[in-house]
Structure formats: C-alpha cells, structure tokens
Design a protein around this ligand. Sequence first.
Ligand code: SIN
Length: 480
Amino acid sequence: MSRDPATRSRAYFAGGWHALDRTFPVFHPGNGQLIGEVADCSAGDARQAIDAAERALRSWRRVNGYERGRVLRRWFELMLAHQEPLARLMTLEMGKPITETRGEVHYAASFIEWCAEEAGRIAGERVNLRFPHKRGLTVQEPVGIVYAVTPWNFPAGMITRKAAPALAAGCVMILKPAELSPMTALYLAELWLEAGGPPDTFQVLPTNDAPAFSQPLMADERVRKLTFTGSTEVGRLLYGQAARTIKRVSLELGGHAPVLVFDDADLEGAAREVIASKFRNAGQTCVCTNRVYVQRGVTEAFTRLLTEKTAALTVGDPLLDGTQVGPVVEQAGLDKIQAQVQDALARGARATTGGQATGGLYFQPTVLTDVHPDSVILREETFGPVAPVVVFDTEEEGLALANASEFGLAAYAYTRDLGRAFRVAEGLEYGIVGLNDGLPSANAPHIPFGGMKNSGVGREGGHWGLDEYLETKFISLSLV
Ligand code: SIN
C-alpha cells in the first residue's frame, strides 16, 4: 500500500480510510503552526467501527498464534524502518525533543517485538482433578473487542504497549488517540496494514469530542475491554461507565512521583538520575519525579548539584538534535505549571534556577527550595519542568512524606545502604520503585508498568500486560 501522508488526515475504520467533512486542527507546540487537519469521528463512526471489529474478530481470534506473531514482527520491522519520519511527526505533534522521539520509536517497537515472540507461546495448563475418570485443562482465549484511549505524551509508545499484546492475544482494537497527537496513531495503523494486519483488526478513529464518541463504545456489550492511559479524573469516569457492561479494565492514571535522596547517596549519580527522570519530555510523563525529598545532611550539596545541572540543560527547538528540553504541549499545561510555581513562591519558596515562562509554550527548567508543605505543587501532578526540593530528617519521615499522596505510580530512592534500599522499596506504596535508577522503564517492554491507589488498575508490559487481554477458560472432560 502507498505511504500517502494524506492518510494521516483521515480515519481508518470499517475497512477503509475515511476523509470526513468534520475535521479538527493539530498544531506544533514549538511554534504554534498548523500541521494539518484530521478527521473528527462521531458516535456514528464508532458504531460502524464496532460492527467492523466484530467481523474482524471472528477470523483474527482463530489465526494461529505463531502467524499473529509473524504479522507483529513485520509491524515491528516497519516501525524501525520508519524511525525518522515517525520521530519527526511525534515531535511536530507534541513538541518532545527529536532525540527523545527517536528513542520512543525504539521503545514503542520493543513492545511489538516482545509480543511477536510471545504470541505463539500463549497456552493453557493441564489441571489434575480429584476423580480418576476426569481430565482438566485450561485454555487462554482473547478477551474480544478492546476500546483503547491513549495520551499525547507518548504518541507511539502508549499505543503499542496496548495494541501489541491485544493483537498478539487475538483481540481486535478500536483506538481513540489523543486529540493532540492523532497523526502518529494513523501512521501506526498504516504500517500495521502494510505488515499484513487484516482489515479492521486495528482501527484508529481520531475525535475532538471524546465523550460523545466514547458513548456507544462504553455502552456496547460487544466491547469487552477498556484500556485507558490518562488523567485520574477521566479514568474514574470511564471506570464507572465500564461497570454497566462489566468490561475488563486497565487504567494507567496520574502519578506524583516522590524521590528520596538519603545522606549516604552518591550525590552526583542521584542528581544525574533525578535530572533524567524530571526533565525528560519537559516533565510530561506520569512517572516523572515530581517531589524531591532530601535528607538534611546533604540538602545543600545536593541542591547545588541539582541546580547546576538543571541550569546547564539546553532548552530550545525540539526539532534540533542538541535540544534537551522543549516546549510543553499546550497552553492549559503551561498555565497549570505557572500557577503551581506562583503558589509555591507566594508561600516562601525560592527558585535557585528558572522559575519563568519564556514565551510560546516554553517554561524554564526550574528548581524550587524552601517549599512550604501546603504548596499545591506537593499535592498535585505538575506535568512540567519544575523540581520542588523539601528537607527531611529520618527514614520514617521521608517514607511518610513520599507516601502522603493519593497517587501510587512510581517512586525513587537514592542510597548506598542495601538494608535501607530494601526497607524503603518495601515501604513505598507505589507500583514502580527506582533504586538509584531514575528511568526504571527505559528500554523495558517486559516489566510490569502500572500503579497503586488512584494511579490505576492492572499492569502493562511483559506477561502481566498480555494477561490483561486473555480470558482463562477451564475445560473438564469425563472419560466415562
Ligand atoms: C507514562 O508516562 O505513562 C509512560 C512513561 C514510560 O513508559 O516510561
């Protein structure tokens, strides 16, 4: 099939690429310029997609797992072959620096590679029964039609982390990509079809009216699973809607990651890792460090290191190779960052570097000290390049501060004391813990990614992620 960039302004559903009368614009956060207009799908289009998915499921679920794996393998190879245009498109859509989007293509493709290898290994078990004349076994079957809703901060990675296990398991997917980054999703659909993915196994329908579009999908009994990555607020709403038809759910929601830097830490290494965790994607990941708790004995030395390294970051045009921090994605995000920083400053905090918006959607990489405990930035996710530093005295106090959050996605700790490392990792109420490691999910499609408390339900990645798309059926056979 042709690689016609026009497909990236259409929607793919019900067996074809649809150019719709209703469209919505997509802008480049780096300079505000229009990149293109994209099809704005309606509830009616969603209904057509469900009917098409039902037909596609009938045959895809029966395709041998090894064959499904072969199609996924070709999808993986095509993604790598398209690394540069995919990376550039992501940077244009949502402003992530090009070196990071190149890395994201690899990260996103690695979920497909892992699932391609695993598809043929999906199997059941023999179960011993208490009656000599009976035999028992389990088989693994696809959950069915999956509705996926994905965010803009990883326009490719958060799609393949869902689509690859779903398709490997024999499910079919209807994807609503984020309004801010729909073209990357359409590009992935194009590559899936080119890889030999059967029509309607992976349908991509952009929309600018998510509530109206989602309504038929959430209400339809045939849609058996919802997988969502996004805010806790929207996740809660969808969770409630999913209850009506008892859909399986996977929710990857907000985070507010704390980091604990102990007196015995390698301060240089800790500062390097905190920078990597805090400022990647301009602070716009769910696992970005949000609160920096530093033990009193090293507060001054660590803050100095953190400030120097933060001030040395190269901020600029995300399409340039040397850029480390680009713009944030939209005005609402920038407004939130500014409001949190203003609130902290008004309560007595000091900016040791940064602290200002600098035009367009840019905010300086910032370190705040003397942050008052009541500051909003210590309670709410920032999704921006700001590191608030708070002092603590004892291990117990540090843990209590780190756990004082409704969220439980990722947390980090820096220490050279092995006993403390384990005590702290076990005491943190978080789904992911990085010990002396600011990027625990880097290059790792096979680890369980997900949160506790209001950060979500279920895990993505590895066999945990694949299980989310499989039903276990028990079969009992009597020989008499
Ligand atoms: C996220 O922000 O949810 C994804 C981050 C990652 O996969 O490392």
